[in-house]
Design a protein around this ligand. Structure first.
Ligand code: C2E
Ligand code: MN
Ligand code: MN
Length: 425
């Protein structure tokens, strides 16, 4: 099946104009034998290449490119089936953006295109992506993380805690996972994740409870979480608990009951963040809104959990603005190689910062994911890379440290969005 693939990458080292032509020349034979055509844009630092041909050939070629030492930060921008080739012939057209004006680039792309594609281009997403990168020179259209080789993650033995005193007879337990600001080497909050008696997942636990009693159990379980938090004696850390929206809306006086539990545990309401999961669609927005207002009145923080994966997403954010927005792992996973995820997460981060909301990246597992997110302006992280949840105790945390093997030090483009918006941090 005929496919189109577009990727962006950064060259490692330098490339003179002549060498660029040689590179394209060398690839010509391989392209011909594999039935691949396309166009290559180069601006002195970045490549953007469109490849078209049989799906299997493109896959194979892209794998080679990802392993190629000359390409760094390879990001997939598009991979889709196509009805016809846009760039025919046996060639890989080349646009050297260093020597062409914008108009010349535009004309060149049109000239190299098949007539049919050229005529249809105003409606063509592939063409628009190409033009975005061809004409957006000098403007900031991409974020790049620092290379993972520059960092190593070192376990901080001092964080791991003793098990918190267990309370016999409880139907549930909690695992603790920190949310960290790695550049400040700070734990900013600690999330309490519910477990069943045997340490089983929240899903198993909730499945074992009578549906009629599920929301009450969800709410009441938080008394144990707050007591555990109280015993930790961590005054500067906030404590996050999860609640289903209905645990707040269907139980009369739910927020006041929470406030009571917080007080009984010797905590202040300002130390508590309620994370609202979107696993259940929010069926009654009015009741939900008044629960959120009540949470604010008693002084607790609110976070939208799993943002980007749930039911309400953007419309929920338009309705009410939380203190924290936790970006779901489905958007975070492999962000360093995914063009669409990068664009989406950048907009979420920009929107959050403009609304005074702290964005948090969830489920960060790879150094490259963290590095990209940090460059995009995210400062708070949760995930296995830093710490795995630990049952009834504080886990050991791993912090990033500059690796001496990493070669030359590059400036970390941290909080790029915040800077661009003129936020003073
Ligand atoms: P959540 O609130 O989004 O919590 C994060 C989940 O992601 C946790 O799963 C955690 O163990 C997992 N996680 C953390 N870092 C990583 C990572 O780097 N990679 C991967 N693959 N996973 C990571 P867990 O503990 O199984 O909880 C699942 C969900 O159950 C929670 O998602 C939350 O929505 C819900 N939940 C947890 N505790 C409660 C509770 O007390 N009440 C309610 N209603 N829901 C709860
Ligand atoms: Mn959560
Ligand atoms: Mn989540």
């Amino acid at each position: 099946m005929l496919s189109t693939l577009i990727y962006r990458s950064r060259i490692s080292g330098m490339l003179r104009a002549q060498e660029l032509h040689q590179l394209v020349e060398q690839g010509r034979e391989r392209n011909r034998s594999m039935g691949v055509t396309g166009i290559l844009l180069f601006d002195g630092t970045h490549f953007v290449q469109l490849l078209e041909g049989p799906e299997a050939a493109l896959e194979q070629m892209f794998e080679v490119i990802q392993r190629d030492e000359r390409h760094r930060n390879v990001v997939l921008l598009l991979n889709d089936h196509a009805p016809y080739r846009r760039f025919e012939g046996d060639q890989m057209a080349l646009a050297d953006l260093r020597i062409l004006s914008r108009q010349e680039v535009f004309l060149l792309i049109h000239e190299k295109m098949e007539e049919r594609a050229s005529l249809a281009c105003s409606d063509d997403r592939v063409f628009r992506i190409l033009m975005w990168y061809a004409l957006a020179r000098g403007t900031d259209h991409s974020v790049e993380g620092e290379e993972s080789a520059h960092w190593q993650f070192v376990a901080d033995g001092s964080t791991a805690g003793e098990p918190l005193v267990s309370e016999p007879g409880q139907d549930c337990q909690f695992a603790l996972q920190p949310i960290v600001d790695p550049m400040r080497r700070e734990v900013t909050s600690l999330e309490f994740l519910i477990r069943d008696r045997d340490g089983g997942s929240p899903e198993t636990l909730f499945a074992s409870v009578d549906p009629e009693k599920r929301h009450l159990m969800d709410l009441e379980s938080k008394a144990l979480a707050f007591r555990m938090a109280g015993r930790l004696g961590m005054d500067h850390v906030k404590f996050s608990v999860n609640l289903l929206p209905k645990s707040l809306t269907e139980i009369p006086g739910a927020v006041d009951r929470l406030a009571e539990m917080v007080e009984a545990a010797g905590l202040l309401p300002s130390q508590v963040i309620v994370e609202v999961t979107e696993q259940e669609a929010i069926s009654c927005l009015k009741a939900f809104r008044s629960a959120i207002e009540r949470l604010r009145c008693v002084g607790m923080g609110v976070a939208i959990d799993d943002f980007g994966a749930g039911f309400a997403g953007l419309s929920l954010l338009a309705e009410f603005q939380p203190d924290k927005l936790k970006i779901d792992r489905s958007l975070i996973q492999n962000i360093h190689t995914s063009g669409p995820r990068q664009v989406i997460v950048r907009s979420i981060v920009q929107a959050s910062i403009a609304m005074g909301i702290t964005p948090v990246a969830e489920g960060v597992e790879l150094v490259d994911e963290w590095s990209w997110l940090q460059a995009a302006g995210v400062e708070r992280f949760q995930g296995y890379l830093f710490a795995r949840p630990a049952l009834a105790r504080m886990p050991e945390i791993c912090w990033p440290e500059r690796s001496s093997l990493g070669g030359e030090r590059e400036p970390l483009r941290s909080a790029g969005w915040a800077r661009r918006l003129g936020v003073p941090f």
